[in-house]
Design a protein around this ligand. Structure first.
Ligand SMILES: [Zn+2]
Length: 153
């Protein structure tokens, strides 16, 4: 039996797979670290939106836009995760979200070459990890800001 050659690049974000890991593997490794070690967990609010934005097959088109907004508020406005939860609760009371993050028209894959992907994040120690995740999230944000969203929004 001949096996098909394993993919070397992620079909969604374009990240280069290693012999050991795909993006999905890397994401699961990140989540495992973040959820068990608070030093890694400090950047959880960057990891999730950055990964989701680069893997839009998991999101609706509206969900993708909402995720981009969330990343912007965390990175640029400096909103804390606790404050974000509060804001979302308030918003749900006054103006319930009229769309689903995952259902409805599917998000299209932005046609761009991402400057960084989750494959650039080193898991070695919390300080390196947090710096890499932040740099990756900033790169994702930058790429989105410079994306031509015509026909996409
Ligand atoms: Zn990927």
């Amino acid at each position: 039996m001949t096996q098909p050659a394993p993919a070397t690049h992620c079909p969604e974000c374009g990240g280069t797979f290693t012999a050991e890991a795909t993006c999905t593997d890397r994401y699961h490794a990140c989540m495992a670290l973040e959820l068990t070690n608070p030093d890694y967990g400090a950047v959880h609010h960057f990891t999730v939106p950055a990964y989701m934005l680069q893997h839009p097959s998991q999101l609706s088109a509206d969900g993708w836009q909402a995720m981009a907004q969330v990343l912007h508020e965390f990175l640029i406005d400096g909103v804390s995760p606790a404050r974000m939860r509060q804001l979302i609760r308030q918003q749900q009371k006054t103006q319930p979200r009229s769309f689903s993050m995952v259902k409805g028209r599917v998000a299209e894959r932005p046609s761009l070459t991402w400057r960084k992907t989750i494959m650039d994040v080193r898991l070695d120690d919390p300080a390196t990890y947090c710096a890499d995740v932040r740099a990756w999230a900033e790169a994702v944000h930058y790429d989105i800001q410079h994306l031509d969203l015509t026909g996409f929004a």
